[in-house]
Design a protein around this ligand. Structure first.
Ligand code: UD1
Length: 417
């Protein structure tokens, strides 16, 4: 199993390009299931989660052709097997995103339940409830969701909580339903908007994406389209945090600060100097950061996917920070690993109290999930001496060529087999 060996103590300096967004690319790949015509995508990140989704789509009969460095052509013409097996779904919860499009296009779908996940229970009841409101007959048997509907019917759906993939699944299903669907309490995440933009260019009639009420007028069929995946705001935020924690000065290109207000505000509160350009962001860090408290919540509030990285920067900041996680019930697993590096963190239910220490010390640690891995890298870059991070397969799910990008910024990071 690969590990990452970090020699801490270097400030990150220089320029690096940000990749396409994993959480936008995954639902957009599933949009190819909605049409028999080709969907051409650019700025698709090279990630294990993307490879897993392409394998899953391939098993269903979707044709996949790589084009150039970051392009893909997907063809749903041969879609003939509306089944997502446990073997695929268990490795990636986002596989549930095939459920809505399969049901809408094939009239049936058999998709494994995602099961437990390290960061919390993460049920899919809202996805199922929404499809049932659209007239689907849904049975959950032997660990699979079996859904059937001659043709889905437009409905008014109000989800019990804000769910990102739930909103995406229902929005995709509604594109081919008969009549109007209204999704209330919809997720406002930029990735939902990117998916909506792609669907609209495929002929869908969607309004309100980016607000908490999305209206979809169903159409008989969708056609082919070309779409560029938006930049990854979480990858962007992660490199900003790595630069901030190491007293660095970096410029991130091919990205946008447009969806990062909550993160940029916190970094400025921590004492960083940030310059926003049209397609780039530059951050200059102070000698030592100030502690910043935060509370995670659905977009446009502070993203749960940046919580672990901010815990890492607070570990070495001046002062005490309180971090409150409101989205997932078990998303502080990185705290114990950060403490192995000398951090002072106290967990009280959904709050973490982080008391900044002057320095961390390298140690062997274990990654527990994707963003937890990122927080350990940030801590390892700051720590004195060597940090060895085990189980970095989590990292490869969501960060493209991370050791290469960090090395370009001057970090001493090596993958060891
Ligand atoms: C997506 C993101 C993930 C991010 C999360 C929250 C993708 C592929 N993943 O995950 O990176 O951390 O949003 O911003 O885009 N819930 C239910 N029932 C449901 C659906 C959700 O109880 O049917 C709960 C979840 O357990 C969680 C909360 O709602 O507590 C939000 O989850 P959700 O927004 O659905 O997360 P994902 O879409 O899985």
């Amino acid at each position: 199993m690969d590990k990452l060996l970090i020699q801490g103590g270097q400030s990150l300096r220089g320029e690096v390009a940000i990749s396409g967004a994993k959480n936008a690319a995954l639902p957009i790949l599933c949009a190819s299931l909605l049409s028999a015509e080709p969907l051409n995508l650019t700025n698709v990140p090279h990630l294990n989660d993307i490879a897993t989704m392409l394998r899953l789509l391939g098993e269903m009969g979707v044709g996949v052709t790589m084009e150039g460095v970051d392009g893909l052509a997907l063809s749903g013409a041969g879609l003939n097997n509306p089944v997502a097996s446990y073997e695929r779904v268990k490795t990636m919860r986002a596989s549930i995103l095939v459920l809505g499009p399969l049901l809408a296009r094939c009239g049936e779908a058999k998709v494994s339940l995602p099961g437990g996940c390290a960061i919390g229970a993460r049920p899919v009841d809202q996805h199922i409830k929404g499809l049932q409101a659209m007239g689907a007959e849904v049975k959950v048997e032997h660990g699979y969701v079996h859904a059937r509907a001659q043709r889905l019917k437009g409905a008014r759906i109000c989800t019990d909580m804000v769910t990102v993939t739930g909103t995406e699944n229902l929005m995709m299903a509604a594109c081919l339903a008969e009549g109007e669907t209204i999704i209330e309490n919809a997720a406002r995440e930029p990735e939902v908007v990117d998916l909506a933009n792609c669907l609209v260019s495929m002929g869908a009639r969607i309004s309100g994406a980016g607000t908490d009420v999305i209206r979809i007028q169903g159409v008989d069929k969708l056609h082919g389209a070309t779409h560029a995946i938006m930049p990854d705001r979480i990858e962007t935020g992660t490199y900003l945090c790595a630069a901030a924690a190491t007293g660095g000065d970096v410029r991130l290109t091919r990205t946008s600060a447009a969806y990062l207000d909550a993160v940029v505000d916190k970094l400025m509160d921590a004492g960083c100097d940030i310059v926003i350009e049209r397609d780039a962001i530059r951050l200059k860090a102070p000698q030592r950061l100030k502690a910043v408290s935060l509370r995670t919540a659905p977009y446009p509030a502070f993203p749960t996917d940046m919580q672990a990285q901010f815990m890492a920067i607070n570990c070495v900041a001046e002062g005490v920070a309180t971090i409150r996680e409101t989205i997932f019930e078990n998303r502080f697993m990185h705290a114990n690993e950060l403490m192995r590096l000398g951090a002072d963190i106290q967990i009280e239910g959904s709050n973490a109290i982080v008391r900044g220490v002057p320095a961390l010390e390298g140690a062997a640690v274990m990654a527990t999930d994707l963003r937890a891995s990122a927080s350990l890298i940030i801590a390892g870059l700051v720590a004195q001496g060597e940090t060895l991070i085990d189980r970095i397969y989590h990292l490869d799910r969501g960060y493209e060529r991370i050791e290469e990008k960090l090395a370009r910024l001057g970090a001493s990071v090596k993958r060891v087999h």
